[in-house]
Design a binder for this molecule. Sequence first.
Ligand code: KG4
Ligand code: ZN
Length: 338
Amino acid sequence: MIILGIETSCDETSAAVLEKKENTLVLKAQNTATSLALHSTTGGIIPENAAREQMKYILPVIQKTLEHAQTTIQEIDAIAVTYGPGLIGSLLVGVETAKTIAMTMNKPIIPINHMVGHIYANFITEQEQQKNIVFPALALVVSGGHTDLLLMEKHGDFTLLGGTRDDAAGEAFDKIGRLLGFPYPAGPIIEEKAKKGNPKRFLFPRPLIGSGDYDFSFSGLKTAVLREVMKIKNLDEATTNDICAGVQHAITDVVVKKTLKAAKEYTVKSLLLSGGVAANQTLTERFQTECQEIGLPFFAPSRKLCTDNGAMIAAAAAFNDNPLPWNEITANPELYFD
Ligand code: KG4
Ligand code: ZN
């Protein structure tokens, strides 16, 4: 089965061709156009600007991806597209393009929840490595909009154990970065600066770390950093690096501790990390070490499959082959887990 995956829920315009052979998912080609340079000048994403850029990118990105995969739209078995959650204008670009291709080329169309897509990035076979993901699995999605912990009992079967009450982990990185003067997205910049910093100089709060539930909250962390920054007269490079290291340490502590608690409570057999923040090496290394100690197989996608991409959408469709008639598919910005 060959699937064309389309992802346009936020600022990326991404398409991928993925082939499912038995239980392996081979990525044939992927192209992602980004409007990040535009957003870095405005301190965040302006939805109207993002959608206008995506209108320009979507068809060339799909065309280039088909070419790189040495295939044609006729040879594609199904089209997978993100239909929510996300920005309405951005979602519409991908959804309406996918519907048009599906209608004109008579192809099945499989609508995919963006968050489910992130989790399925873990199922893509990379470097010819067989993935041995065993259910029940625990999935932690840490992205710009979500910090969600889900129990995955089998393909397509998710139970939300907890989620973000306010700012998501990625949003916390971005907002804290903004107050330190970094462009959007600040997560990768904070990670770089944290490498040179002392994570113990600033002891920032670990919100909800000991709460009995699996919810997350990072807006208090942002306020604590703001208070600290306002006290500092000379925000030199060393101090900035120490703040970055402290912030990264606080976020890592909370997500690792709560996730491993859930892993034990639900006696899961695999742990799947995903979402843009999963590109953070300190976080993945910490999970790796702690999972090894308790003998829990840990999976995280390669960096290029952590942030928004078409391959993860195609991967979700490969294991959840539930096509709908094109005229029953509508973009849903508020979509969550059913
Ligand atoms: O999953 P994603 O591409 O988009 C959403 O669905 O939200 O995630 C984007 C988020 C941004 O908040 C960005 O700052 C964060 O992922 N991010 C990182 C890193 N790379 C991206 N956060 C921390 N460390 C990183 N290396
Ligand atoms: Zn995402």
